[in-house]
Design a protein around this ligand. Structure first.
Ligand SMILES: Cc1cc2nc3c(=O)[nH]c(=O)nc-3n(C[C@H](O)[C@H](O)[C@H](O)COP(=O)(O)O)c2cc1C
Length: 183
């Protein structure tokens, strides 16, 4: 390879990217509220979800109230509603009627029927940073709309090519992208 192509530049910010955007849901004073999270991560081989939550978010109140939340993966057709959830606070607008809400095993973690993938979690630990909290949730159950699944040897697999998740990038270009082709 051309040696010049191996020269490095410094880019500010965390470049563990791209990641799917998720809509995190929580009941705040018994009403569903959703916000956009860009900084999320599965860990312990998927048993837990970690995400970074600013202490100022309205959703934070609900997560502390119930110690449950949901992570919903929106598809491209939900980009406008996703933008709304990521730019307006539940303090100022009622986000409980934006979607068809449903509940699973935990009963207090609102999920979005229109999002192809929903994961309900119970809070396992909250890390206290100066302006943010690190929320660690144990995955309790995951749900997928049936048209996005493929039957394989008697059980169901998820077909990501049908889902069209919204991909969010860092590195100065904080925009949304589409998922690419299978390698
Ligand atoms: C692409 C994108 C990524 C975001 N990522 C985060 C995040 O990781 N953590 C966070 O606290 N807020 C994040 N936000 C901001 C919140 O979604 C936003 O402030 C929201 O309106 C808060 O809603 P709430 O006050 O009803 O909870 C993000 C917003 C966008 C558009």
């Amino acid at each position: 390879m051309n040696k010049e192509k191996l020269n490095k530049r410094i880019i500010e910010g965390n470049l563990l990217s791209p990641l799917p955007v998720i809509l995190v849901g929580a009941n705040v004073h018994n009403k569903p509220n959703y916000l956009v999270i860009g900084y999320s991560c599965p860990f312990d081989f998927g048993k837990y979800i970690f995400f970074s939550l600013s202490k100022t978010r309205y959703t934070t109140i609900g997560i502390h109230e119930n110690m449950t939340f949901s992570a919903n993966i929106p598809s491209e057709d939900l980009v406008d509603k996703t933008n709304l959830c990521g730019s307006k606070s539940g303090r100022d607008i009622d986000k409980s009627t934006l979607f068809d809400n449903f509940y699973g095993e935990l009963k207090t973690a609102p999920m979005i029927r229109e999002c192809p993938v929903n994961i309900e979690c119970e809070v396992h630990e909250i890390l206290d940073y100066e302006r943010n909290e690190g929320i660690i949730g144990r995955v309790v159950k995951s749900y997928v709309n049936h048209q996005y699944t493929l039957e394989k040897e008697g059980s169901f697999n998820l077909d990501w090519r049908k889902i069209h998740p919204i991909i969010w990038v860092t590195g100065g270009d904080f925009n949304f992208y589409k998922l690419g082709e299978r390698l």
